[in-house]
Ligand binder design. Structure first.
Ligand SMILES: NC(=O)c1ccc[n+]([C@@H]2O[C@H](COP(=O)([O-])OP(=O)(O)OC[C@H]3O[C@@H](n4cnc5c(N)ncnc54)[C@H](O)[C@@H]3O)[C@@H](O)[C@H]2O)c1
Length: 281
């Protein structure tokens, strides 16, 4: 579909980082934005910043936890009275660096609930309405390079992103099978300079020294080398307009082909940070 002024774009996890940049980019393109997040004060700050540009388009905020299927369902239903959401960005996500077996049951369920069930809740609420309407629509799911490449201490996060990758690709096939007028993009960033490595207040675990250290190391890493979220958002808008599925902002693609070659030749996996997360041209 082509993005056009007046269309409605819904973004989850819009109060910070990539989601915030997406909300602002849709606004700059003239769309009506519905920015959702569980962080009410950051959403309020975003709305103030967005409205400061003086544009006419509506910019709404909805405090919503993506784990709450009923809240997403209510939002989708309510937006139908305004013509319905043309764009849905299932973007909210959380990350905890921890050795796999040290995730407690509560922490593991939290990761899965936000990163995987949150996406499913968005799809279940919005896709049937997009199908019924039949007008052009587009869904963007935020995956990660962690949905393609695994690494130590990010196994739990990576598992959720492998799931997002699988369900996003399946979504594309399900929609193609129905000749639906709904495009799909899968955003798989590497390092982006956002708040993802901050410890979240609602995280079910107390932090141990190893997780705190890993989080701090990664936080400094993305602050130094991560892409600006606005650049990622621009890639996403271009992908929607071009009906492009893969949005890989980072040049890690050879690591994916190396990984595929290792699988095809039945080599045991080995991990090497430099080789896996290389920043080749
Ligand atoms: N930053 C990176 O390097 C990077 C890399 C790959 C993928 N990603 C993915 O990008 C997406 C956005 O993350 P970000 O980097 O902008 O991080 P961020 O922490 O800056 O933003 C995430 C937003 O999601 C919100 N959120 C968290 N749990 C929520 C919930 N249950 N319901 C509603 N909102 C919730 C947070 O309040 C926050 O505003 C995530 O899915 C993340 O996994 C980020």
């Amino acid at each position: 579909m082509q993005l056009e002024p007046g269309q409605i774009a819904v973004v989850t996890g819009a109060a910070s980082g990539i989601g915030r940049a997406l909300a602002l980019a849709f606004r700059a393109a003239g769309l009506q934005v519905v920015a959702t997040d569980m962080n009410a004060s950051a959403l309020q700050a975003l709305q103030t910043a967005a409205l400061a540009d003086g544009r006419e388009a509506q910019f709404d905020t909805v405090v919503l936890d993506v784990r709450d299927a009923a809240a997403l369902e209510a939002l989708a239903a309510q937006l139908e009275t305004r013509g319905g959401a043309a764009v849905l960005c299932n973007n909210a996500g959380v990350m905890v660096p921890r050795t796999l077996w040290e995730h407690s049951d509560a922490e593991w369920r939290w990761l899965m609930d936000v990163n995987v069930n949150g996406v499913m809740n968005g799809l279940r609420a919005f896709i049937p309405r997009m199908l019924a309407r039949g007008t052009p629509a587009h869904v963007v799911n935020t995956c990660s390079m962690g949905g393609f490449l695994t690494s130590p201490i990010l196994g739990g996060y990576s598992a959720t992103k492998f799931a997002v990758r699988a369900l996003t690709e399946s979504l594309l096939y399900d929609l193609q099978a129905r000749s639906a007028n709904i495009g799909v993009s899968m955003l798989a960033p590497g390092a982006v300079n956002t708040g993802i490595f901050e410890r979240r207040a609602e995280a079910p675990e107390t932090e141990d020294a190893m997780t705190a250290g890993a989080r701090e190391m990664m936080r400094q890493g993305v602050a130094k080398t991560g892409s600006p979220p606005a650049e990622i958002a621009n890639l996403v808008l271009a992908a929607i307009n071009a009906d492009r599925y893969f949005v890989f902002p980072h040049p890690y693609l050879s690591a994916i082909t190396d990984n595929a070659a290792a699988i095809a030749s039945l080599q045991n996996p080995t991990f090497d940070w430099a080789a896996t997360w290389k920043t080749d041209p």
